[in-house]
Write a protein that binds this ligand. Structure first.
Ligand SMILES: [Zn+2]
Ligand SMILES: [Zn+2]
Length: 215
């Protein structure tokens, strides 16, 4: 429990508050260490973690594992789920952990002194045994580890937009090298000049509107 308190202190310092979601993230990271038989938080890049949402939960996981976006050891998927998959890149073992469907309802029972429901989650999630709080399952990754990790220095240029693509994320389409947006997987597109003005902050309205560049 000392270890958990230490991790929670680190996570809340990062956040300026401690909340139930950080506790869940920390507890998942700690369970992953147990299940994979690894020393976590790691001081190398052996563990790759994929979190299924951003926010407080993801920071709890990051602190407990020492996996970070900037080190390429943390991937953030936007599924809106408080779940994570922990991959030992040395053995290829992967384990996905999510909250027990009944954890929320049981938390209060572990924190009878809690003044409200939120406090009940905050304290209960710290005290509940793993098997009541979390569900863990071995999983197989859809992509190979080699593909997922790629290699440093890999570089391509999209033949449509001309932008650089690293980490072997280019696609081959009818003999052309394309980035994912140009292959049809775009999450945004250039705004028309008239439309761009409507989303400018109010403070810029007294200046002459200028047409926005394509990128
Ligand atoms: Zn929070
Ligand atoms: Zn492109």
């Amino acid at each position: 429990m000392d270890r958990m308190q230490h991790l929670l202190a680190e996570s809340s310092a990062l956040h300026r508050h401690l909340c139930p979601r950080q506790v869940l993230g920390v507890r998942m990271g700690m369970l992953a260490a147990e299940r994979l038989g690894m020393e976590l938080p790691q001081d190398d890049k052996r563990l790759l973690t994929l979190v299924e949402t951003d926010g407080c939960f993801a920071d709890g996981v990051a602190v407990a594992t020492n996996c970070w976006v900037g080190r390429r050891t943390l991937r953030v998927l936007d599924y809106g789920k408080m779940a994570a998959t922990f991959v030992d890149t040395l053995t290829g073992q992967a384990i996905r952990i999510h909250p027990h469907p009944r954890a929320r309802g049981m938390a209060r029972g572990f924190a009878p002194e809690a003044g409200d429901r939120w406090q009940g989650y905050l304290l209960g999630y710290q005290r509940m045994p793993n098997h009541l709080l979390l569900v863990d399952q071995r999983v197989i990754l859809q992509q190979s580890l080699e593909r997922l990790l790629s290699r440093p220095g890999a570089r391509a240029v999209c033949q449509v937009c001309g932008e650089e693509i690293i980490n072997e994320r280019e696609l081959l389409h009818e003999g052309s090298v394309l980035c994912r947006p140009c292959a049809g997987e775009s999450y945004c597109w250039p705004a028309a000049a008239g439309m761009a003005q409507t989303v400018r902050p109010a403070s810029s309205q007294d200046r002459l509107p200028t047409p926005s560049p394509a990128h």
